[in-house]
Design a protein around this ligand. Structure first.
Ligand code: GDD
Ligand code: MG
Length: 346
């Protein structure tokens, strides 16, 4: 078994977080996002993994290297310009000689991949697509199935009047190597708009596997915040938040203690000043939280500085952003190096 992770999209809907950091490595609770996908594949015994990249590929390759450190063998297939989801799969053909698990590179899940592979084999499928139920399928690929689990219809980004069921494409596939023959080389090609309809038209054994585990596409700021919140609150079974004890700040006997609740995950290199309160939040490396600042339901990326008595809620604060003292920020997504003057209210 081999795997391919499609990680070449520009992450436009997750801007401004993806301007300097490609979506596959934006940190979720202080680990680069792809860590969670690589870990899932490893747990299913899949160690040969190709990362399909296009946008800022070096920033991703610098982090994961050849995978040796993590007991993996990582290959890279880089597109000069984006070839679309299926074009990216075709572009990785030289590394895909066996049955392959293909993952959209922005799905946070704890699905048991071994179960999906077993189902694929049981059905003698040429292609298996994982489905997950969602409340509103309009932002996803809608998938209708027959009673035996065969895929009947695939409809990407359905209009409201086209929604006939609540099961959508979870962005996880198992594909036999001959599926590559449906895709032209070096051309833009889409799984969703072209390949899947072609498999149906050609009567390929194309089956669905409906998952019941945790699933989230992290591709918008709201869902990115949700992913961090779900992980620190233990809603993604089998993944723990990376919590290390904070290096000691200040000296004992200092007037006001800092208050940090048990859910928050704070990188040990942060500096948290007396009287600060941190609740249900994630702080990356080298953040500084000044005296009496309050942070609640937030993600602070590395190097963010929160001024004295500022109150930050329900927000994502980009790398090395500076929030002036006494500011009040609620529901904001601030890009890297943003700077808010003292007493700002947003
Ligand atoms: N290498 C490469 N090249 N990767 C790409 C390209 C490309 O040209 N285009 C997109 N990708 C990667 C993205 O980085 C992302 O990880 C994945 O393919 C899916 O692209 P998105 O842009 O995030 O698509 P989406 O979220 O609108 O829809 C897709 O995912 C849904 C589940 O979250 C579709 O597959 C839907 O059918 C599905 O329901
Ligand atoms: Mg997506």
């Amino acid at each position: 078994m081999q795997a391919l992770i499609l990680a070449g999209g520009e992450g436009t809907r997750l801007r401004p977080l993806t301007i300097y950091t490609p979506k596959p490595v934006v940190p979720i609770v202080n680990r680069p996002f792809l860590y969670y996908q690589l870990e899932l594949l490893k747990r299913a015994g899949i160690k040969e993994i190709t990362l399909s990249l296009s946008y800022q590929p070096n920033k991703i390759a610098d982090i994961f290297g050849d995978g040796d450190e993590n007991g993996l063998k990582i290959h890279y297939a880089v597109e000069a310009s984006p070839l679309g989801t299926a074009g990216a799969y075709k572009n990785a053909q030289e590394h895909l000689t066996q049955t392959a698990v293909v993952f959209n590179g922005d799905i946070l899940t704890n699905i048991n991949i071994a179960d999906v592979i077993a189902h694929h084999r049981e059905k003698n499928a040429a292609a298996t697509i994982v489905l997950t139920p969602v409340e509103n399928p309009s932002a996803y690929g809608l998938v209708e199935t027959e009673s035996d689990g065969r895929v009947r219809r695939f409809l990407e980004k359905p209009k409201p009047e086209e929604i006939t069921c609540n099961t959508i494409n979870a962005g996880i596939y198992v594909l036999e190597p001959h599926i590559l023959n449906y895709i032209p080389a070096n051309e833009k090609f889409s799984f969703e708009y072209q390949l899947f309809p072609a498999l149906l038209a050609n009567n390929e054994p194309f089956f669905a596997y409906t998952m019941s585990e945790y699933w989230l596409d992290i591709g918008t700021p709201q869902r990115y915040l949700q992913a961090n919140d779900d992980l620190i609150n233990g809603r993604i079974k089998s993944f723990d938040a990376d919590r290390k004890p904070l290096n000691s700040n200040g000296s004992p006997g200092e007037s006001e203690p800092v208050k940090i609740d048990a859910r928050s995950a704070i990188d040990p290199t942060c500096s948290i000043k007396p009287g600060a309160e941190i609740t249900n939040s994630v702080l990356g490396a080298n953040c500084v939280v000044e005296e009496r600042a309050k942070i609640e339901n937030c993600v602070l990326l590395s190097g963010a500085r929160i001024g004295k008595a500022a109150e930050i809620r329900n927000s994502i604060i980009g790398k090395s952003a500076i929030i002036g003292r006494n500011s009040k920020v609620d529901g904001a997504t601030l890009g890297d190096k943003s700077s808010l003057t003292d007493y700002t209210i947003i």
